[in-house]
Design a protein around this ligand. Structure first.
Ligand SMILES: Nc1ncnc2c1ncn2[C@@H]1O[C@H](COP(=O)(O)OP(=O)(O)O)[C@@H](O)[C@H]1O
Ligand SMILES: Cc1ncc(COP(=O)(O)OP(=O)(O)O)c(N)n1
Length: 269
């Protein structure tokens, strides 16, 4: 017998170390009892210490995966992660626009937690012009929000200013500025701006060095929650709670920044 399970599509890169990218997205989807489908954009040779190599797919190959999923399975929500270059971003944006695939969560993977820029200037501009305006929720981290808005983010007020700026300049439905890269009391504090206004999201700050994949996990959880009918605010709140739990159960794997633990309830025995 076929069951009516929501399908959520991730358009993202592969992390060979399994902590971020499509690997994190698919585990997050499974935890939320939605069926995860994927359109791969690139293959990274990556572990907990470094990204050693990145190989992109042709944009047509990315769009063909998207079409294959949409044509047959149907899709209740979409999230984008690492899109790598301007050509892939443009091709994906055009297809999403044509198909009007919504809700759409855009995790604008551009700058690592350490502040290193991962995509070039042209790719950033294409994200800004073609993809972000289509988003239901856009989820930049501290450095990505700085790059997108020009606001130097070093306080809660500056996080709020960046959220206002990004919402106003892109027309996106909701902006979530993530605070994993903030310091002191603001570490792990996020700011959400939607049509109802601004809200500060605060859970516990988890004292762990194993934070790899937090951004992917959060955006995937938000997409899964939207697919199952939650409002934007509720989807974000619940997504934040999920990441906090996954951080509590983060994994001591590898020599560097280990991944968060997506299946924490199964570790309880
Ligand atoms: N140490 C922490 N304690 C609690 N929440 C955290 C911590 N580190 C990151 N987060 C949360 O993880 C989510 C992802 O944020 P962030 O790590 O900034 O994104 P990215 O992985 O894209 O850099 C946010 O909700 C953020 O507040
Ligand atoms: C293939 C791939 N995609 C995304 C990331 C970045 O992961 P993210 O969860 O946004 O960031 P960290 O919390 O790990 O800094 C990646 N590394 N690889």
């Amino acid at each position: 017998m076929k069951s009516k399970i929501p399908v959520v599509l991730t358009i993202a890169g592969s992390d060979s170390g399994g902590g971020a990218g499509i690997q994190a997205d698919l585990r997050t989807f499974a935890f939320h009892c939605v069926h995860g489908a994927s359109a791969l954009t690139c293959v990274t040779a990556q572990n907990t210490v470094a990204v050693n190599r990145v190989d992109g797919l042709p944009p047509q190959a990315v769009v063909a995966q998207l079409d294959a999923v949409v044509d047959d399975l149907g899709v209740q929500a979409v999230k984008t992660g690492m899109l790598l270059n301007a050509e892939i971003i443009q091709a994906v944006s055009d297809r999403l626009q044509t198909l009007q695939l919504r809700p759409l969560v855009v995790d604008p993977v551009m700058v690592s937690r350490s502040g290193a820029q991962l995509i070039d200037r042209q790719a950033v501009e294409t994200l800004q012009q073609a993809l972000i305006p289509q988003a239901t929720v856009v989820t930049p981290n501290r450095y990505e929000a700085q790059l997108l808005t020009g606001v130097e983010i070093n306080s809660l007020e500056k996080m709020e200013e960046a959220a206002e700026t990004l919402k106003w300049q892109s027309g996106v439905q909701a902006v979530l500025i993530k605070g994993g890269g903030m310091t002191g009391e603001l570490r792990g504090v996020d700011v959400l701006l939607d049509d109802q206004g601004m809200v500060v999201l605060k859970t516990e700050c988890i004292d762990t060095g194993n934070t790899h994949g937090t951004g992917c996990t959060l955006s995937a959880a938000i997409a899964a929650n939207l697919a199952t009918g939650h409002s934007i605010r509720d989807a974000v709140h619940q997504g934040k709670n999920y990441v906090t739990e996954a951080l509590k159960w983060s994994l001591e794997i590898g020599q560097g920044t280990g991944p968060v633990g997506h299946f924490f309830p199964l570790c309880l025995n």
